[in-house]
Design a protein around this ligand. Structure first.
Ligand SMILES: NC(=O)c1ccc[n+]([C@@H]2O[C@H](COP(=O)([O-])OP(=O)(O)OC[C@H]3O[C@@H](n4cnc5c(N)ncnc54)[C@H](OP(=O)(O)O)[C@@H]3O)[C@@H](O)[C@H]2O)c1
Length: 304
């Protein structure tokens, strides 16, 4: 079945491997990669046929809106096959909780939560069932030793108005605050997947994908030299244990979810290749409703 899959975070790391799998395994898929202008220039030609690009900085809601408008126009003109997938794989991690985007929202929350939400809402009426939204989350949302060996502090939920703004966490200029912003943003993303599963039209599913700890990607690029060294040369040894996943396996697992090789019901959480429960905290319909209302407000000015 000919189809378009829109994907963010395909320029490197887990997403790059997943994009290569999708293209190799599904020749009928037109992969529409949303990436920074600099990454588009570099990727064009590298990924071969079956790919087209839209430039966007996901740290800016205005940029996401422009990209989504371009995708809608290309679909409406018939330049692309029917839209059957959105993969929100892009993600960031900062060494503070103070980085502010152009619209005044904290940068981790903007890329990991608001950008995906805006894409989902602006593409919602263009999806052709059966379609699936896949959002890359993280098992740091559990906040326990078992899931991240204490490397990342667990989420610290607060009102969405606080979470979305710089300085939401104690000692906001520290790496611990930046990592707390990260795990909390991933919990928020899981909450929204639950809300999408309730709200999206029949036949448009939403799934959260967790790759587990994947050393050696660009995610820790904002860290200091010691952490970057450990991430690059020491942590990869952990892929010999069940605790960590290699980049190639994480990308393949993501492609399996996107292509439906791993069957996952709407609203579910896929840990690598298996549907499992996310944290108990992540199932909270009241909080999810409140978060939905808030992200609708935050993105309102860019949602048409
Ligand atoms: N690595 C892990 O241990 C781990 C564990 C659990 C979950 N995850 C999640 O997996 C996903 C992929 O991460 P990764 O580890 O593969 O990290 P990565 O190598 O840093 O890849 C991140 C991707 O997101 C893109 N991106 C980030 N900010 C962007 C922006 N403002 N505009 C456009 N694109 C932007 C990057 O594009 P550029 O190349 O242009 O920067 C890149 O393609 C993320 O959602 C991450 O949170 C990672």
């Amino acid at each position: 079945m000919r189809s378009t899959i829109v994907m963010t975070g395909a320029s490197r790391g887990i997403g790059r491997v997943a994009a290569e799998h999708i293209l190799r395994r599904s020749p009928d898929v037109q992969l529409l990669v949303v990436a920074r202008e600099s990454a588009v220039a570099q990727m064009s030609g590298e990924l071969g046929t079956g790919v087209s690009y839209v430039a966007a900085d996901l740290g800016s809601l205005a940029s996401v809106r422009t990209a989504a408008a371009e995708i809608r126009e290309r679909l409406d003109r018939g330049d692309l096959p029917p839209l059957r997938g959105f993969v929100g794989n892009a993600g960031v991690q900062y060494t503070n909780a103070l980085t502010e985007g152009p619209e005044g929202f904290e940068a981790t929350f903007t890329v990991n939560v608001l950008a995906n939400h805006l894409f989902v809402r602006l593409l919602q009426d263009r999806f052709a069932a059966p379609a699936q939204i896949t959002i890359t989350v993280s098992d740091t949302h559990f906040g326990d030793f078992k899931h991240n060996l204490g490397m990342v502090p667990g989420p610290l939920w607060q009102s969405p108005e606080t979470l979305a703004r710089p300085g939401a966490f104690p000692e906001p200029d520290t790496a611990a605050a930046g990592l707390t912003a990260y795990s909390t943003s991933k919990l928020a993303a899981i909450h929204l997947v639950h809300e999408y599963a309730r709200r999206l039209p029949e036949g448009v599913d939403a799934v959260a994908y967790n790759p587990a700890f994947v050393p050696g990607t660009g995610l820790a690029r904002d860290s200091g030299p010691v952490a970057r060294f450990a991430m690059r040369y020491v942590m990869p040894l952990l892929t010999l244990t069940p605790f960590a996943t290699s980049r190639s396996a994480a990308g393949r697992y993501l492609a399996d979810v996107v292509l439906g090789t791993t069957k996952a019901p709407s609203g579910s959480y896929v840990d690598r290749g298996a549907v499992v429960r996310s944290s108990e905290e992540s199932y909270d319909p009241r909080r999810e409703h409140e978060l939905w209302e808030a992200v609708e407000r935050f993105t309102e000015a860019h949602a048409t």
